[in-house]
Ligand binder design. Sequence first.
Ligand code: GTR
Length: 416
Amino acid sequence: FLQAQLHAQKFVANYDESKIPEFTLPNPLVTEAGEAVTTAKQWQETRRPEIVDLFQKHVYGRSPAACKISHKVVSTKDDAVSGKAIRREVDVFFGDTTDAHSMRLLIYTPKTDKPVAAFLGLNFQGNHSIESDPAISLGDRWVRDRRNETVKDNRATEKARGVASSRWPVEKIIDRGYGLVTIYYGDIDPDFDDGFKNGIHGAMADQTKDIPAAEKWGSIAAWSYGLSRALDYLENDAKVDGDRVAVFGHSRLGKTSLWAGASDERFKMVISNNSGCGGAALSRRAIGETVGRINTSFPHWFNANFKQYNQNENACPVDQHELIALIAPRAVYVASATGDQWADPKGELLAEIHAEPVFRLLGTDGFGVDGVATSKVAPDQPIKGGTIGYHLRTGGHDVTDFDWQQYLDFADRHLQ
Ligand code: GTR
C-alpha cells in the first residue's frame, strides 16, 4: 500500500506551466564536440548521424540492420471502395523465406495506371477495424482486451470490423488520388511487456545479440522497423510510388511514425497525430505525461537507458525537437488537440519551433511564415503553407476528418 501511495505521489500529473522545471534544450546545431553547425554538409555528415545515434542510445534503442524481405499476395479485390479502388492484402516476411515472422499490409490504391503517392500508417485494432468490409481478413494475432465484444481471449472478433473507420477515411483518401497502406502494429510486435520475446524482438534476437542490453530496441523502434520494411516492399510495388510515401501515426503510433521518419530518410513526409511524450512533445517540459510516467506505464516502448531520465529529463543528451530536426529537409506535420493536454500541445509546437533552424539551414522555408509562437497559434487554424506543418484541433485525443483534411492538403503540396 505504501509503495502504491508513493508511486501515485510521484506521478501526479502537473498541468501548471509555472511548475515546469527550468531547462536548457540541447542545440541541434552544435556538435557533441561543441562546434557550430553552419552548413548543410556539416549537418548531413556530422550532426545528423550524431543525433540519430543519441536517440538510439538513450531513447528508442538500436534496431538490427535492414533484413531481406519476402512477400506473398493474400487477396485482391478490384472493386473496393465503391468500385474506385483496388484493395490488396500482402504478407511481408522479415526474412527471405515465407516461414519468417510476418506482417499483413492492407493496401488501397485508386484505379489508375500510374504509381500513386501513399500514406502508410500502423493501426491499433487490426486491419479489419478500418473498414467494415467482411472480405478483409480478420487478424488472428494478439490484440488488447478492450472489455467489449470486439475482442475475446485477446483475439479480434467479427464485431471489430470497422470499429476504427472514423480514423481511416479511406474513400476520401482515394478520391484525392492517394493510396493508403496500413498494418496492424501487433503483427510487428505485440504491445505488452514480455521481456521482448514475442514479435520481431524474439524473431530477430540473433540479429541484435551484439547490441548492448541497455541499448536494445524497444517496441517503438520495432514498430518503426516494420514501417521501414513495409517501405522496402512498397518501393517494388507497381501501384505505389515508393519515393512519395508519407508515414502517419496517432499517439504511440505517432511517436512511431516520427522515429520511422527520423531514422529512415526515404519517407518523404512524416505525420504525428497527438504523439505527445516520447513523440513530438519536449520531454524537458515535464508537463502532462512525463518520461517517468511513460517508462512506468509502458516499460517496453523505449530502451532500458531511457529509464535513467525518469524525473531527470535535463540529463538526457537529446530532446524531441531534435527528433523533428532529423526529418529536415523533408516535410513534417505535427497535430495537437486542445483536449489532449496529456500530450502537451504547447510542447509539441515548441519542438517544431526549436527544430526550425535546421529546416532553414537546409534551405527550406520552415513553417513558411515568420514568427510562429505558441501564444499566436489559435485552435483550428492550421499552419500548412511551409515544410513544417502544425495545427491545434479543438477536441480530444483522436484522429478526425479535420486532421485528415490538413494531411491531404499538406501532401498535395509535398508529394504531388
Ligand atoms: C497513453 C499514453 C500516451 C499515448 C496513448 C496512446 O496511455 O500515455 O503516451 O501513447 O496511450 O497511444 O493512445
